[in-house]
Write a protein that binds this ligand. Structure first.
Ligand code: NAP
Ligand code: MN
Length: 268
């Protein structure tokens, strides 16, 4: 438990447009009322508030480098999403969130990716790797150093628990409880024949596993690699290692933003 007083420096993350500015203004005055200082540099903040959809929330986490000493809060415009628990049309709820003396925190697992032993980064939804041409590409998949399968097809996605309701779900992956520190591997249109054989079903791995994807260099070796909603500018990568990270993203726990509520209100 953290007392609200320690969380008093807020950074507001949004693309400024005239339309949103007015709504942000209302949230700003609420912040002032409860003694928050609005800072211009996210480095100085201990609370980062994004205005927009889940995509904007993902960007706010990425652009501020996955701070684990910060509380991230997503404010949407009207409807609420998976990371956006608040809305500019319901200031009362934001007020309730700011009022509580002792706040409780929800923690979302992330995955840590390393490319060729050099570039390291985190993902909150997923890492996706896809062929960037009309032809397939091939990968060797290793788990904890053991060869697992040879994949040929459109691509692979490794998602976090909170990312399980995004791209992963479109690929018929399982929806995963964020309390289960894990990562899930799903396939995008795998080729299955006598030469290439893949599991064909989603694979859920525990937090102690290491997944390594080795790109087979056969001429079609420039897949697109993306971390959440951002494509990486890595052209010649060979080996990608993925693990569940120690780092977790924290958000404000409210009575109605638990896992079951989110899945139900979005899909049922
Ligand atoms: P987008 O194309 O606007 O996102 C697609 C949809 O996914 C949006 O409705 C977005 O919500 C929603 N979304 C994002 N994270 C989610 C989550 N954790 N659980 C449930 N829904 C979620 O692009 P974006 O907003 O920048 O989001 C990026 C994400 O899109 C990627 O991380 C990936 O998971 C997903 N994606 C899905 C597919 C697919 O399903 N075929 C393909 C590519 C990417 P908002 O409208 O609130 O932003
Ligand atoms: Mn979006």
């Amino acid at each position: 438990m953290t007392t609200m007083n320690e969380r008093n420096k807020a950074y507001l993350f949004y693309k400024p447009t005239e339309e949103i500015e007015e709504k942000v203004q209302a949230v700003r005055s609420l912040g002032r009322k409860y003694g928050f200082t609005l800072v211009d540099d996210p480095q100085d903040a201990n609370m980062i508030v994004s205005f927009g959809g889940d995509g904007t929330f993902l960007q706010s986490v990425r652009k501020t480098n996955f701070r684990d000493d910060c509380l991230y809060i997503g404010v949407n415009d009207g409807r609420v999403g998976f990371y956006t628990d608040f809305s500019t049309t319901n200031l009362e709820k934001i007020e309730r969130g700011l009022q509580s003396e002792n706040i409780e925190v929800l923690r979302y697992p992330t995955i840590e990716v390393n490319v060729d032993g050099m570039k390291s980064f985190h993902c909150l939804n997923e890492l996706s790797i896809r062929s960037n041409i009309i032809k397939t590409f091939a990968l060797e998949v290793y788990i904890d150093g053991n060869h697992f399968e040879t994949f040929r097809g459109d691509g692979l996605v490794v998602s976090t628990p909170t990312g399980s309701t995004a791209y992963n779900k479109s690929l018929k992956g399982a929806v995963v409880d964020p309390k289960l520190q894990s990562m899930q591997l799903t396939e995008i249109a795998s080729l299955n024949n006598n030469q290439y054989r893949t599991l064909g079903s989603p694979l859920l791995l525990s937090k102690d596993r290491e997944l390594v994807l080795k790109i087979i260099q056969d001429g079609n070796d420039h897949p697109i690699i993306a971390a959440d909603n951002e494509a990486l500018s890595i052209r010649h990568s060979h080996e990608i290692s993925i693990k569940v990270s120690e780092k977790e993203i924290k958000t404000l726990k409210m009575k109605d933003n638990l896992f079951v509520h989110k899945v139900k209100r979005s899909f049922l």
